[in-house]
Structures are given as C-alpha cells and as structure tokens.
Design a protein around this ligand. Structure first.
Ligand code: URA
Length: 230
C-alpha cells in the first residue's frame, strides 16, 4: 500500500505512527539481525520441517481439546516467516482474527504492525501467534485449562521456529509463558528466558491504544528486544 495512504488510514483509525527516534533515545543504530541466520536457512530447506509445520497446522485446525472449538469460526494458527528470528506471542484471537484466521489483524494488530515497523521489522519477517489458537467468546481472558490445552501447540511452534527472541505481548501472554502471576510492570524492562530463548515483555497494543502515556515504555521495551537479538 502506498505509504501516504497507509498513514492516512492509520490516522483515521486513531493510530499513531511509530517512528524510530534512535539518536535521541539510545544513540545507536537500529541495525540488527532481521535476516534469518545460516542455520535457520538450512532449517527452512528441510522438507521435513515444513511437513512438521503442515501437520501441526492441520492438527490445530481440527482441535477439539477445549470448549472454544464450539464457538470459534476458525482456528488462528499464526502467520509470518517460519524461519524468523523473532517470535511474537499475543494472548488470543479477537473477533477480527477469528473471522480472518490471522493473528493481530484488528486495530490492536495495526498498532502492533506499526510498533514492529518502528524497529525496522516487517510483519512478514517475524512469526506472530497467540497463546490460544481460538477466540474466547466476548474476548474474555483465556481460562487456565484453555491455555493448558493449547500449550503443546505453542511449544511445538517454538521448537520448529527456534527463534532468537520471543516478544510476549501483554500481561496474559507474559504471565502464561513465564508461569507467574507477577504484574506486567514487574515483568517488562528485563530479559527473561524461556527454554533457553531470550524473552522480552511488551505492553499489549490494545492497552497502548487506551493509555498512550505508556507508549514511551513500550518503545523502550522494543529497543531492549532489539539490543538482545543483535
Ligand atoms: N490480541 C491478541 O493478543 N492477539 C490477537 O491476535 C489479536 C488481539
């Protein structure tokens, strides 16, 4: 899409455009490892890995492990680059995601896309998914048994992708992945580890849409992730 039109769309939807202000914030360039590394490229060429992704996606599509299968329109497996260095994990599909079968495509998704763009990442370069692969009715928080039912799918996605960094988007994703009930304010601002992979917690874009004062902290968290993966 033409850049001007994109900006006009975003403005009309009340979404601020995130621009990197690198020199004033950190005094360093935002060049970092977006390109998949050699290991991951070999990884991609492996037919068996692609087959494993296909099998997993088909398994998710027909999942009936919890009651959410009765209310979903379709599952939302995840989208993006299957040899990405960055894995972005949100909470659960909302209405738009449930309708389109893709994660983060609503208003919060547009802001997430802008946040990634601000640190030089295109949506297609990263892999985006959620803790839950089905929409909870009314967008309520995931129940523990639903997260538990879905956890094996996410574990397998992580194992296939082997990301260099995981971005946990929002409180629910962070608490579920890190198995804690600590508040987001305590979880953000540091580099955690999940089975050997660095994990950085960022504010959920839906929260940022309501509380733009936190935008600066969200920007700092993104830069922390960039520095970690570099
Ligand atoms: N919020 C999320 O956490 N995930 C989505 O896919 C959409 C909105």
């Amino acid at each position: 899409m033409d850049n001007l039109i994109r900006l006009q769309y975003l403005e009309a939807m009340g979404i601020d455009v995130w621009m990197p202000r690198v020199s004033s914030h950190v005094g360093q360039s935002l060049s970092f490892d977006v390109e998949p590394d050699a290991d991951n490229v070999e990884h991609e060429s492996s037919e068996s890995v692609q087959t494993s992704w296909d099998i997993l996606q088909a398994e998710v599509a027909s999942c009936t492990k919890c009651a959410l299968c009765e209310t979903r329109t379709q599952t939302v497996f995840g989208t993006g680059n299957k040899i990405a260095n960055w894995m972005i994990i949100g909470e659960a599909p909302g209405q738009h995601e449930d309708e389109q079968g893709k994660p983060f495509v609503g208003k919060a998704g547009l802001l997430l896309t802008e946040m990634l763009r601000a640190v030089g990442l295109d949506r297609d370069e990263v892999f985006i998914t959620n803790i839950l692969k089905c929409r909870p009715p009314g967008n309520r928080d995931p129940k523990p048994d639903e997260a538990e039912s879905c956890s094996e799918y996410l574990r397998q996605q992580r194992a296939l992708l082997k990301p260099k960094i995981i971005l946990a988007v929002g409180r629910i994703a962070a608490q579920t992945l890190l198995n804690t009930d600590a508040p987001l304010s305590k979880l953000r601002g540091k580099v955690h580890e999940l089975d050997g992979t660095p994990l950085v917690v960022v504010y959920h874009p839906a929260y940022l849409l309501r509380s733009l004062l936190e935008k600066r902290k969200a920007w700092q968290d993104l830069l922390l992730a960039v520095r970690t993966v570099r």
